[in-house]
Design a protein around this ligand. Structure first.
Ligand SMILES: O=C(O)[C@@](O)(COP(=O)(O)O)[C@H](O)[C@H](O)COP(=O)(O)O
Ligand SMILES: [Mg+2]
Length: 419
C-alpha cells in the first residue's frame, strides 16, 4: 500500500486557490444553516459536488486520483467553486449536472443554494457539439434579413384538429410570419396526430412559400420517449421539414444530446422550449438559474431557446438581456444561439421589446396574433407591421395610420403587458 491520506470537508476549502484554465468554475448563492459558517458550508458544497462525503475518509493516495473541487472564493453569500476537468466525463451533460447541480441542492448544511453561473473551460466545451446553425437560421433557412424572425403558436394550444392547425398556420404564414410552432404540450394526441400534423402543415407551408416568395418553416414538437423522439426527427427530415422543437427540460439533457446528433445527420435546426424551467429558476435564492440552463442548452446544441421578454410579457423571467448576451457571445468557438422572446407578446409591445433585446431574436406571438379582432391573418400582418415600423424607426401609432391591421391591434391591446 502507498501513503494513506485523510479526506475531510476542510480539504475542499482553499481561498488562496487560483482556478486553473482547465477548471470549470461555478458561482453559487448559499444560505448556510443556522449553525454553519460560510466557510464550512462552502467546503461542503465543494466536497459533496465532487468526490467528498460527510465522514473523514482514509484512502491510499496511489489508488486515488485527486478529483476534489475547491471552494476558492467567498463574497457575501456568493461562493465560487473550481472543479478539475478530470472530474467530468467529456461530452456528458447529465454527469456534469449530477456534480454541480446534484445532491448539494438538498444538503442540510445550507438552507438554500442556487447555481447562478458557470465559466466553461475549452477543455469541457470541446466535448460538446454545440448548435449546428444558431443565429444563422434567420437567413440560412429563412428570409428574415435584418429583422427579427417571427413565429406563432396556434391557439388554443391543444384541441385543434389537424386541418384547423394547418389552416391557422397557412393564414399566419401568408400574413408574414416565418415559423409556425407547436405548443409545448402538443405532441401526438388523437385529436391532432403527429405525422398527419407534420405532413399537412408542411403542405400548407409550401403553398405559403409559393404565394409569398419567402421561405417558411415549422417548429414541430417531437418531444417523446427518446427512441420515439429520434424516429419523429427522422420523419421530419423525410417529409422535408427544416426544424424540430424539443421540450428540453422535460425531455432531459441526455435526450437533447441524442436529438442533436440525429439532427446533424439531417441538417435540422432545434428549437428549445423550456417548459418546467421555472421549477429550477423561479426562486431567487434556490435552484438553478436560467442563465445556467441557457448555457447547458447551448453546449448540448440547441439553435434557439426561450429566454423571456425583458418583463414585457405574461411570464416572470430573469435577466433576459444578460442571458441573451451570453448565448450570442464568444464561448470557445461555439455557434451563437438565437434567443426567443415569447409569452403574452402582441404588436403593441414590439417596439419596446426590440428596444430592450435588439433584433437578433425570434418574436413568438400566439394569443397576440390569433386573438386579433379580425383573426389570424390580420393578426400576423399586424405583428409584421409592428416589426417593420420599429425597423424603420417609425412609431407604431404613426405606422398604424396606413396599416389597418396594426391599428386594430393597438386599439385592442395598446401597449399593455397581459397578466
Ligand atoms: O403556451 C404559452 O404560453 C406560449 O405558447 C406563449 O403563448 P402566447 O404567445 O399566447 O402567450 C409559450 O409556451 C410561452 O411563451 C413559454 O414561456 P417562455 O417563453 O417564457 O419560456
Ligand atoms: Mg406554449
Amino acid at each position: 500500500f502507498g501513503t494513506m491520506t485523510g479526506i475531510e470537508y476542510d480539504d475542499f476549502l482553499d481561498l488562496e486557490y487560483e482556478p486553473a484554465a482547465t477548471d470549470l468554475t461555478c458561482e453559487f448563492t448559499i444560505d448556510p444553516a443556522a449553525d454553519m459558517s460560510m466557510e464550512a458550508a462552502a467546503s461542503r458544497v465543494a466536497s459533496e459536488s465532487s468526490n467528498g462525503t460527510w465522514a473523514a475518509l482514509h484512502v491510499d493516495e496511489d489508488e486515488l486520483k485527486d478529483l476534489g473541487a475547491v471552494a476558492c472564493e467567498i463574497d457575501g453569500s456568493e461562493i465560487t467553486v473550481a472543479y478539475p476537468a478530470a472530474l467530468f466525463e467529456a461530452g456528458s451533460m447529465p454527469q456534469i449536472l449530477s456534480c454541480i447541480a446534484g445532491n448539494i441542492l438538498g444538503m442540510k448544511a445550507v438552507d438554500s443554494i442556487r447555481l447562478e453561473d458557470c465559466h466553461w473551460p475549452e477543455s469541457i466545451v470541446s466535448g460538446f457539439l454545440g448548435p449546428q446553425f444558431g443565429t444563422s437560421v434567420a437567413n440560412e433557412k429563412l428570409d428574415a434579413g435584418e429583422r427579427p424572425v417571427l413565429a406563432t403558436v396556434p391557439k388554443p394550444k391543444v384541441g385543434l384538429s389537424t386541418a384547423a392547425h394547418a389552416e391557422i398556420g397557412e393564414e399566419a404564414w401568408l400574413g408574414g410570419v416565418d415559423l409556425l410552432k407547436d405548443d409545448e404540450n402538443l405532441t401526438d394526441q388523437e385529436f391532432n396526430p403527429f405525422e398527419d400534423r407534420l405532413t399537412e402543415s408542411l403542405a400548407a407551408r409550401d403553398r405559403a412559400q409559393e404565394a409569398t416568395g419567402e421561405r417558411k418553416d415549422y417548429l414541430v414538437n417531437v418531444t417523446a420517449e427518446t427512441t420515439e423522439m429520434l424516429e419523429r426527427v427522422d420523419l421530419v427530415a423525410e417529409h422535408g421539414g427544416g426544424f424540430v422543437m424539443v421540450d428540453v427540460i422535460t425531455a432531459g439533457w441526455a435526450a437533447v444530446q441524442s436529438v442533436r446528433k440525429r439532427c446533424e445527420e439531417h441538417g435540422l435546426a432545434i428549437h428549445a422550449h423550456r417548459a418546467m424551467h421555472a421549477a429550477f429558476d423561479r426562486l431567487e435564492h434556490h435552484g438553478v438559474s436560467m442563465r445556467v440552463i441557457a448555457q447547458i442548452a447551448r453546449l448540448c446544441g440547441v439553435d434557439h431557446i426561450h429566454t423571456g421578454t425583458a418583463g414585457l410579457g405574461k411570464l416572470a423571467n430573469e435577466d433576459t438581456p444578460g442571458i441573451n448576451e451570453w448565448l450570442t457571445g464568444e464561448c470557445h468557438g461555439l455557434t451563437p444561439v438565437l434567443p426567443v422572446a415569447s409569452g403574452g407578446l402582441h404588436p403593441g409591445v414590439v417596439d419596446q421589446l426590440l428596444e430592450a433585446l435588439g433584433t437578433d431574436i425570434i418574436v413568438q406571438a400566439g394569443g397576440g396574433i390569433h386573438g386579433h379582432p379580425d383573426g389570424t391573418h390580420a393578426g400576423a400582418k399586424a405583428l409584421r407591421q409592428s416589426v417593420d415600423a420599429s425597423m424603420a424607426g417609425e412609431s407604431l401609432e404613426d405606422y398604424a395610420d396606413d396599416h389597418p391591421e396594426l391599428a386594430t391591434a393597438l386599439e385592442k391591446w395598446g401597449a399593455e403587458t397581459p397578466r
